[in-house]
Design a protein around this ligand. Structure first.
Ligand SMILES: NC(=O)C1=CN([C@@H]2O[C@H](COP(=O)(O)OP(=O)(O)OC[C@H]3O[C@@H](n4cnc5c(N)ncnc54)[C@H](O)[C@@H]3O)[C@@H](O)[C@H]2O)C=CC1
Ligand SMILES: O=C([O-])CC(=O)C(=O)O
Length: 315
C-alpha cells in the first residue's frame, strides 16, 4: 500500500522560513521543501540537511530538502511564502511594499506553474497587500490564497492577557481583526479567559495597555532584535494554519481573506475570523460589531487600501 506524505513548500529560507520548516517537521505534517534564491542554494541545502539530520533525534519520519529549483516543489499541497525583506528599527512594514511586491510576484509565478492545486499561505510584509499580489498573480480561487497576520497578532494579545492574570495561555481566547499594522483591531468584547469576559477580570486601563502593546507587538520585537523581525511566533502561526488545512481541522481563526461584501468591504484582503480547513478558507465569519469597533476596522481597512494602491500604481 503506497502511503503518500503531504508535501509542503516553504519559500524563503531566512529566519521565518527556516524556523517554519523545522516546526513543520517536528509536527510531522509532511515532507518539506525549503526554497531560496539561486545564490543561496548551498546554504539552503545545508539548513535542510541539518534539519533532516535532527529527525532521528526528534523521532519524526519526514524528508526535508533545500533547493532553488521549483521543479523540486512540484505538486505541493501547501506553499508558504516567507520570501522578501524584513524591516529594521525605524521602518514600518509598508516601507517594504515595493521590494516585496516584486519578490512575491516572481515567487507566485513559479508556484502557479508548478503547484497549481496548492493552498498558498503568505507571510511576506506588508502582508495584506502581499496577499493581494499573490492572489492577482496566482489566479487561484480565493479560498486557496490565505494571508497570515491574525494568528500572530492574536497570539501576542493572548500572551499579554495570560501574563496580566497569571493564568494558562491555553485558557485565553481572543480575536484580532483588520490589517497587519498598528491600527489592527483587537476585539476586547469577544475576548475571554475560560469563558469569562476579560472585561470582568482586567481593569479597563490595563486592557487598553494590552491592546496597544499587541498593536505594536511586531515593532517591539524589531526594536529588540535590532536587525530583523520576529520569527518564532510567526513560524508557529504559519504551522497552525498549515495544520488546519492539511488535517481539515476547520479551526476558527483569523486569517487574511478576500472580502467580497463581508463586513461591508469589497475586493479587499484583510484579517477576519474564518473557518480554516481542508478547502482553505471555507467560510468567513461575520461578527456583529459596535459602531466603535466598526469605525476602528474601517480605519484599518483604509490603511490596507492605501498600501494596495501603491502596489497597483506600480503595476
Ligand atoms: N505577516 C506576518 O505576520 C509576518 C511577516 N514577516 C515578513 O516575512 C518576511 C520574511 O521575514 P524573515 O524570514 O525574518 O526575513 P529573512 O531576511 O530572514 O528571510 C527572507 C528570505 O527570503 C529570501 N528571498 C528573497 N527573495 C526571494 C525569492 N525571490 N525567492 C525565494 N526566496 C527569496 C531571502 O534570500 C531570505 O533568505 C518579511 O517580509 C517579514 O516582514 C515576518 C514575520 C511576521
Ligand atoms: O513586525 C514585523 O515587521 C514583522 C511582523 O509582521 C510581525 O512580527 O508582526
Amino acid at each position: 500500500m503506497a502511503i503518500t506524505r503531504k508535501k509542503i513548500t516553504v519559500v524563503g529560507a531566512g529566519f521565518t522560513g527556516a524556523t517554519t520548516a523545522l516546526m513543520l517537521a517536528q509536527k510531522e505534517l509532511g515532507d518539506v521543501v525549503l526554497v531560496d534564491i539561486a545564490p543561496l542554494e548551498n546554504p539552503t541545502k545545508g539548513k535542510a540537511l541539518d534539519m533532516l539530520e535532527a529527525t532521528p533525534v526528534m523521532g519524526v519520519d519526514v524528508n526535508i530538502v533545500g533547493t532553488s529549483n521549483y521543479e523540486d516543489t512540484r505538486n505541493s499541497d501547501v506553499v508558504i511564502i516567507t520570501a522578501g525583506v524584513a524591516r529594521k528599527p525605524g521602518m514600518s512594514r509598508d516601507d517594504l511594499v515595493n521590494t516585496n511586491a516584486g519578490i512575491v510576484k516572481s515567487v507566485c509565478e513559479n508556484v502557479k506553474a508548478t503547484s497549481p492545486n496548492a493552498y498558498v499561505i503568505i507571510l511576506s510584509n506588508p502582508v495584506d497587500a502581499m496577499t493581494y499580489v499573490a492572489y492577482q498573480t496566482l489566479g487561484f480561487p480565493k479560498n486557496r490564497v490565505i494571508g497570515q497576520s491574525g494568528v500572530l497578532d492574536t497570539a501576542r494579545y493572548c500572551t499579554f492577557i495570560a501574563q496580566e492574570l497569571n493564568v494558562s495561555v491555553e485558557d485565553v481566547r481572543g480575536f484580532v481583526l483588520g490589517g497587519h499594522g498598528d491600527d489592527m483591531v483587537p476585539l476586547v468584547r469577544y475576548s475571554n479567559v475560560a469563558g469569562i469576559p476579560i472585561e470582568k477580570l482586567i481593569p479597563a486601563d490595563r486592557i487598553d495597555a494590552i491592546v496597544q502593546r499587541a498593536r505594536v507587538g511586531g515593532g517591539e520585537i524589531v526594536n529588540l532584535l535590532g536587525n530583523g523581525s520576529a520569527y518564532y511566533a510567526p513560524a508557529a502561526s504559519l504551522v497552525q494554519m498549515t495544520e488546519a488545512v492539511l488535517k481539515d481541522k476547520k479551526r476558527i481563526i483569523p486569517v487574511i481573506a478576500y472580502l467580497e461584501g463581508e463586513y461591508g468591504y469589497d475586493s479587499l484582503f484583510m484579517g477576519v475570523p474564518a473557518i480554516l480547513g481542508g478547502d482553505g478558507i471555507e467560510k468567513v465569519i461575520e461578527l456583529e460589531l459596535t459602531a466603535e469597533e466598526k469605525a476602528a476596522l474601517d480605519k484599518s481597512a483604509q490603511s490596507v487600501r492605501n498600501v494596495i494602491q501603491i502596489v497597483t500604481a506600480g503595476q
